[in-house]
Design a protein around this ligand. Sequence first.
Ligand code: ADP
Ligand code: MG
Length: 559
Amino acid sequence: MTKKQFRAESKRLLEMMINSIYSQKEIFLRELISNASDAIDKIYYKALTDESLSFNKDDYYIKIIPNKDNRTLTIEDTGIGMTMEELETNLGTIAQSGSLSFKKENEMKDGQDIIGQFGVGFYSSFMVADEVTVITKSLGSDSAYKWQSKGADGYTIEACEKDEIGTKITLKLKDNTEDDSFDEYLDQYRLKAIIKKYSDFIRYPIKMDITEKKLKDDSEDEYEDVQKEQIINSMVPIWRKNKNELTAEDYEKFYSEKHYGFDKPLKHIHISVDGAVRYNSILFIPEQTPYDFYSKEFSKGLELYSNGVLIMEKCADLLPDYFSFVKGMVDSEDLSLNISREILQQDKQLKLIAKNIKNKIKKELLSLLKSDREKYEKFYQSFGRQLKYGVYSDFGSHKEDLQDLLMFYSSSEKKLVTLDEYVSRMPEDQKFIYYAAGESNARIEKLPQTEMIADKGYEILYFTDEVDEFAIRMLMNYKEKEFKSVSSGDLGLEDSEENNDKEMEEKENKELFESMKDILSGKVKDVRISKRLKSHPVCLTADGEVSIEMEKILKAMPD
Ligand code: ADP
Ligand code: MG
């Protein structure tokens, strides 16, 4: 049997592709700039292997030229250009990536900087343009060609004039409609913002003429428009720089430029990993709790870059919820992107990176705790509650990760202490880690239940956050010591002799207790003798698993 080839309605396919792959129109500029950067990279690569070529970095650039009068936007590069055949194959065939072929032909290792791979990015220009014109002259060729297309209808190629090697792509912007204005792609500030957002770390200069109002010479109030060429992108990503060359100010500047927060970061973490998965990352622990941090509006996530090109503004999968306060970015060459380069195809690498990052953050926080207690406490004031939520959520499955980061106020130390510090101070006869829950430290201090324990010389942790007790219940124990609420029925203190005494006394005063119970019926379950009281005549204790404080919180929660 003869095998038949699929036919495709290429017009429809192209239309579908153009309008359904990308969620945002502005992406077209990222795609065209990425292609231009690839084209320059190819010359650079060729120069490395071909001695007759030299590569002077200053000669290579990408230029963005908006023209309001003609309603066109031009993206010009000094890259390798295309021959007529290349125009035909690369721009005439959907899903044909000349860049991917280039990588293969030259046996370039993965991760060398060429961005293109799918052979569709170019067509995204039809999201904003009626007509696209490509004028190009290939390295080593004397002739230049013009490729022109109105999208689905096909394209034409003809010879033309062009002096320099490189490519010039001109988009004739679509007419504005009620829903969409395409004029924004002529506005210098808007273009600048899009370039900054997606292409800030393209390694070649992206230039644009910026018009600014300047005072006229010899005038005090008359202005004139002055055009000045500016380089828009920062080019060298700070995360690829050597850590030793960077100062705290560099990181702070990056933090504020990226609008990670209005505060100054409390700490930065710079990671470069060259292992099973390669990535660079700069993470920040903010100093202050963002105003919406504990609200539904807050969404966690890190910026995700692939080869220096922004792929996702907030990649939530990179951070566990309990570290949601962490800001920053990840850049990796090893991500398998899907065709729109917007979402990730499969997240094996991403999971690996996320796990890596989680461990690193934990390690850095632990080392901060050890090396700079004051700073750590500052951090803990801002985000400690989130860690406790972390212990509590997912049935305490994160407790291993988090328990050493927790701090509580201590009755004896009169300051925040860690569980490790508590346990290391425990006298030998002390079986439990005691805690008392209440509204404030001052209030807890006055609880009659704490007296006997304090009297024994045992330390008590004060739980003033609603989540504290819930989290500790999930933790259950720390270093094999169980947690015990001071208001629990059995404090694990009374020895058997005392218990005998209690029983005796309870028998002797049976009638008294019965009538107390009658009077308080419906309010308490039982009235018993207690050995834990010193100066207070009476105290309430919880019956069963739920403490009095927890009961209050549970009752206050909406159903
Ligand atoms: P990709 O970049 O994923 O390969 P594109 O659709 O963006 O796919 O581009 C298709 C191909 O067209 C590229 O692989 C490249 O060979 C060629 N091309 C596009 N733009 C340029 C340019 N500015 N200079 C040289 N070649 C280009
Ligand atoms: Mg491309």
